[in-house]
Design a protein. Structure first.
Length: 179
């Protein structure tokens, strides 16, 4: 059931929620505690099935992340957003990529699922109060590509073109320190 002051306010609320979701995915991919903290209420909780806990435990789990997970990327799909005053129930489709160092080789794994998020607006700001992850599928793609060889047989002209969880080129880009 939709409860909003005006259609314009409902549109603005939905956009703020989508922006929060995108920033949280970026924070998780870059293991950026400040960005994650800005998207979740400190008294919140998460349940990923493989991890469940309060916000502090979640932050300690996701930042710095597992050393074996060298790179992640979360692709967000459509979100169904049911506004209920200062709360919203949100289901967001997600596909995540993980490059995992298995010791003898790196492997690429894809996961598809949905986030079920309870958002709350406090003092005009939307953040996640509770998240549950539902898994729809997982696929082990196999041995990762060797990025030292570039892409499609063409070498990279500089090392910053490949993404990584910690300290990749996008950190400088958003800090406006690009070359």
């Amino acid at each position: 059931m939709e409860i909003a002051a005006t259609p314009l306010q409902a549109m603005l609320d939905r956009e703020a929620i989508r922006d929060c979701l995108a920033r949280l995915a970026r924070g998780e991919d870059r293991r950026d505690a400040d960005l994650i903290r800005a998207c979740c209420w400190p008294d919140g909780s998460t349940d990923y099935g493989v991890f469940a806990g309060d916000f502090d435990a979640y932050l300690a789990w996701v930042v710095p992340g597992a050393d074996a997970i060298l790179c992640t990327q979360h692709l967000l799909g459509q979100s169904v957003i049911d506004l209920e005053g200062d709360a919203a129930r949100v289901e967001t489709q997600v596909q995540s990529y993980h490059r995992i160092d298995m010791g003898d080789a790196q492997r690429d794994v894809m996961i598809g699922g949905r986030y079920l998020d309870l958002f709350e607006r406090r003092e005009g700001q939307w953040r996640i109060a509770r998240r549950t992850m539902l898994y729809d599928w997982v696929q082990d793609i196999g041995v990762s590509a060797d990025w030292s060889q570039g892409v499609m047989g063409m070498a990279f002209s500089a090392p910053h073109f490949t993404g990584r969880a910690n300290g990749d080129h996008s950190v400088r880009f958003f800090a406006r320190e690009t070359d």
